[in-house]
Design a protein around this ligand. Structure first.
Ligand code: SAM
Length: 338
């Protein structure tokens, strides 16, 4: 393995693959109520194409894969893709980020296919709040999905909560308490400004509830937790991602904080993204992309494709420019995968 690095000498070993642009929820900060304009199936990478790209990326030094969406579990036979990817020898970690609504149907077979762990996005434990945020009535299914993931032996199961001032910040303490009561691994994530405030033409915004007014920093979240006791730093339960982990007294589970805004972690970013229609996106928060699907379908040699990947990685910006007002405009978050 040669090792892939960008032009700022950051090692790039993590590929996030969006397997579909479709989603069964409509989270207010991610998708407009009417959903995204969907691409025809012919434009979406096949599982064989995804596997080819993952294999080439692995030959260059990628050893960690995450499947995301849209919602990855709405794509038919996702388990087959997991099985195909686990055959790539040098990949040592495959995980998935899901809203969990369909997980009870697939947790066991995903585990059998070689999936080790899962991140489940859940922003509220209250029925009305869940519906307000996701615009869907599926809280029960998500909670069943969490149980199914644990029963199937996916480990760890991490719960990701995007915290929004005035929407779900009253539940920060409830989520944290579940690290004691249920041993949950909870991660609080800062809301990122994405296209939802200023979406591509033809999509509606989330109105007055803009990202700016809903943003809550990790510092404020920690403040809310202070009444539960001292947070003790602890090592990450898996990986070496951007989250910083802590434990409350008596907790078996952990609390993670992900703060892309209040204290960005771009200098440590090891990620490359692949969109469902085959664009390589070196930075979540930059619209810069390189097409891989056309060369792949045109029969480019493996060497040429590896070169395209390497060159795309070299275009990775040093850091995001949100503070200079540069907010990604080309895609919705659901079309990148988070
Ligand atoms: N459907 C899957 C899910 O819900 O986990 C995968 C795709 S979703 C885009 C991936 C993650 O991005 C979710 O945890 C979601 O909460 C997060 N996300 C989406 N928009 C966001 C935003 N504006 N700021 C912070 N996180 C966001």
């Amino acid at each position: 393995m040669t090792g892939l690095s960008d032009s700022f000498n950051r090692p790039i070993n993590y590929l996030r693959i969006s397997v579909t642009d479709r989603c069964n929820l409509r989270c207010i900060y991610c998708l407009p109520a009417e959903g995204a304009r969907l691409r025809p199936h012919s434009e979406i990478l096949t599982y064989e194409e995804i596997t080819t790209i993952a294999r080439l990326a692995a030959e260059l030094g990628i050893d960690k894969l995450r499947l995301t969406g849209g919602e990855p579990l709405v794509r038919a036979k996702l388990t087959e893709l997991v099985a195909m990817l686990t055959k790539i020898d040098t990949i040592d970690d495959i995980s998935i980020t899901t809203n969990g609504a369909l997980l009870k149907h697939y947790a066991h077979e995903l585990k059998q296919a070689g999936l080790r762990r899962v991140n489940i996005s859940l922003d509220s434990l209250k029925q009305d709040k869940f519906e307000l945020i996701t615009r869907r009535d599926m809280l029960k299914e998500v909670l069943q999905g969490i149980d199914a993931a644990k029963a199937a032996g996916l480990d760890p199961v991490k719960i990701n909560m995007v915290v929004m001032h005035g929407i779900n910040d009253d539940e920060i303490v409830d989520f944290a308490n579940l690290t004691i009561a249920e041993g949950w691994h909870v991660r609080f994530i800062e809301l990122m400004p994405f296209t939802t405030d200023n979406p591509p033409e033809g999509h509606s915004t989330w109105g007055k509830a803009s990202t700016h007014s809903r943003f809550m920093s990790v510092y404020e979240i920690k403040e809310r937790l202070s009444r539960l006791g001292k947070l003790k730093p602890c090592p990450p339960i898996t990986g070496n991602g951007p989250a910083k982990y802590f434990r409350l007294p008596q907790a078996t589970g952990t609390i993670g904080f992900i703060n892309p805004i209040s204290q960005h972690f771009c200098f440590n970013c090891n990620r490359l993204r692949l969109t469902a229609e085959g664009k390589l996106r070196p930075c979540l928060l930059s619209d810069k992309e390189t097409d891989l699907r056309q060369p792949l379908r045109d029969g480019a040699t493996p060497e040429k494709l590896r070169q395209i990947i390497t060159e795309a990685v070299r275009t990775k910006p040093k850091q995001h420019h949100l503070f200079q007002g540069s907010i990604p405009k080309k895609r919705l978050m659901s079309q990148v995968g988070g």
